[in-house]
Design a protein around this ligand. Structure first.
Ligand SMILES: Cc1cc2nc3c(=O)[nH]c(=O)nc-3n(C[C@H](O)[C@H](O)[C@H](O)COP(=O)(O)OP(=O)(O)OC[C@H]3O[C@@H](n4cnc5c(N)ncnc54)[C@H](O)[C@@H]3O)c2cc1C
Length: 485
């Protein structure tokens, strides 16, 4: 049985190149619940109904992959259960016009300690995002489209962000003096009730600084800044060394040369685990020393410990017995703010090294030239919830023309992360008050069920790095639990 289970996993790995190739979406935005890839299913691996494991990990995003690999390496018999027919969670490397396209999580940096350690471990390479070096920028301020040299516009945006983050008169330094120690300063609680929009409204800045800073924070929260907590932006600022250009480097300059899937596959390749794909977990019931994990098809798997890595927004869809703590349930019901869209737009024009930004409620928060194509340009774009329907070219073209008048859209591709029942959102930024109410609670163990997610990380929460941080912490805690330490 063990042999077959492993060969099931190897079959998946062999076919993971199919995943990348099969993901050339024909420029159709993938619909919710649809799988963008075709992979050989490791599901055929004969993990018997009722099989018992030391550790069952739910979810094979980066938190789950880390937790499963590390648990197995500590000697635990480990089962990794994933709802989708692929690993990687909120990251997914597709292909378009012969080059890789990240539909989800993309940018990483060497100052992100957990992901960088994985990059070194597997000898992966990074490359500079072609779209990072814009020379010309357009932005909307006071309802008007404006244009300028990138150096000038970025300076204004940097000034706006500095003012935004200078909430304490010390450049934000007293709120997060230690960016990986979220509650080190009591000021986090003081400012947690404030929204990003509250802060935009109270700061003194020129119209351009306000508009550009507003667009930047709107992009960060992937929503209306009125629903996002200012504290999370201050945290990103601290992680970015309290400096706009250093923060921008860390947020959007470097990506995996071989795609995020290269890291996911490398991690799985080193994980001596049984893997079930296409196996959504429906219920988790703890009784005494064992927890029963029930899949949607009714099959049950028993674990001495469970590591649940499903996103914060998804937790509410699994039936836990005993019920999850009120804080976890409430956090999942409220959801984080990452509910917008990210998509790629092939336009007919040669756009050059250009970037556009617009604050909420404009329909397109940010767009920039990602790659020159023989017959036009490929742009990457971000929009707030409900403003652009990415399957509708006319809707995308209308939104893009607010920043690039006259542009013609040839094709669009993206993924509906917010509609997908296994993510129900994009990256995690908290709403006002959620930081103090839920950050700690979301990562807290409940009996023999442990929790890990980018959505509850201490450092780069909302990032690939945070997912790996959570997964490695949970594997450590579970190992101590199993060995009675
Ligand atoms: C559009 C977009 C852009 C982003 N950009 C960046 C970026 O540039 N840089 C960066 O660092 N981060 C970025 N992020 C965020 C980053 O991708 C995520 O924070 C991180 O990958 C989350 O990892 P995770 O393992 O915590 O969660 P996930 O990756 O969401 O993994 C959870 C897994 O659980 C599975 N699951 C859910 N429900 C069930 C169930 N019932 N049963 C079994 N399995 C289940 C899911 O299918 C999934 O595989 C972006 C995300 C998105 C969506």
């Amino acid at each position: 049985m063990e042999h077959n289970a492993k060969s099931g996993r190897r079959a998946f790995l062999r076919n993971s190149s199919v995943a990348a190739a099969g993901a050339a979406l024909g420029l159709q935005a993938a619909r919710a619940g649809e799988q963008a890839v075709t992979v050989a299913r490791a599901r055929g691996a004969p993990v018997a109904d009722g099989a018992q494991f030391d550790v069952i990990v739910i979810g094979a995003g980066f938190a789950g992959l880390t937790a499963a690999r590390d648990s197995a390496q500590r000697g635990a018999k480990t089962l990794l259960i994933e709802a989708r027919n692929r690993i990687g969670g909120r990251t997914f490397t597709a292909e378009y016009a012969g080059a890789k396209l990240e539909l989800g999580g993309t940018w990483i940096h060497w100052s992100q300690p957990f992901v960088w350690s994985e990059i070194s471990r597997y000898g992966l390479e990074i490359e500079e995002s072609p779209g990072f070096g814009a020379e010309r920028m357009s932005w909307i301020a006071q309802g008007q489209l404006r244009h300028g040299k990138a150096g000038d516009v970025l300076r204004m945006m940097g000034e706006g962000l500095e003012t935004f983050c200078n909430i304490d008169g010390q450049g934000g330094r007293t709120v997060f003096p230690r960016a990986h120690d979220p509650f080190f300063s009591r000021l986090v609680a003081k400012y947690d009730g404030l929204s990003m929009q509250d802060r935009l409204d109270q700061m003194e800045a020129s119209a351009d600084q306000r508009a550009l800073a507003g667009a930047f924070v709107g992009l960060d929260c992937h929503n209306d800044p009125a629903v996002a907590g200012v504290v999370d932006q201050l945290k990103w600022w601290a992680l970015g060394d309290f400096d706009a250009s250093r923060m921008a480097d860390k947020l959007g300059r470097f990506k995996f040369a071989q795609g995020t899937s290269a890291l996911a596959n490398a991690m799985l390749g080193e994980a001596d685990v049984d893997l079930l794909l296409s196996t959504p977990v429906r219920a988790v019931r703890s009784e005494g020393q064992l927890t029963t994990v029930t899949a949607a098809d009714g099959k049950r798997y028993l674990g001495k410990a469970v590591i649940c890595t499903v996103p914060m927004n998804v937790l509410k869809t699994i039936a836990f017995t005993p019920p999850l703590s009120p804080a976890k349930r409430q956090a999942s019901i409220e959801e984080h703010t990452g509910k917008g869209s990210k998509f790629y737009i092939h336009v007919r024009q040669k756009v050059g090294a250009w970037m556009g930004l617009a604050p909420y409620p404009n329909p397109m928060t940010a767009a920039w030239a990602e790659r020159d194509l023989p017959d036009g340009t490929l742009l990457v774009a971000f929009a707030p919830p409900g403003k652009v329907e990415m399957n509708d070219h006319a809707s995308v073209q209308r939104a893009l023309r607010t920043l690039l008048p006259g542009v013609e859209v040839v094709a669009v591709t993206g993924y509906h992360w917010t509609e997908d029942p296994y993510s129900l959102g994009t990256w995690c930024m908290y709403r006002p008050g959620q930081f103090t109410r839920y950050l700690h609670a979301l990562g807290e163990r409940e009996g023999n069920i442990f929790f890990a997610s980018a959505d509850s990380a201490n450092g780069w929460r909302g990032f690939i790095d945070g997912a790996i941080e959570g997964g490695s912490r949970a594997a450590r805690e579970v190992s101590r639990y199993l060995h009675g330490a």
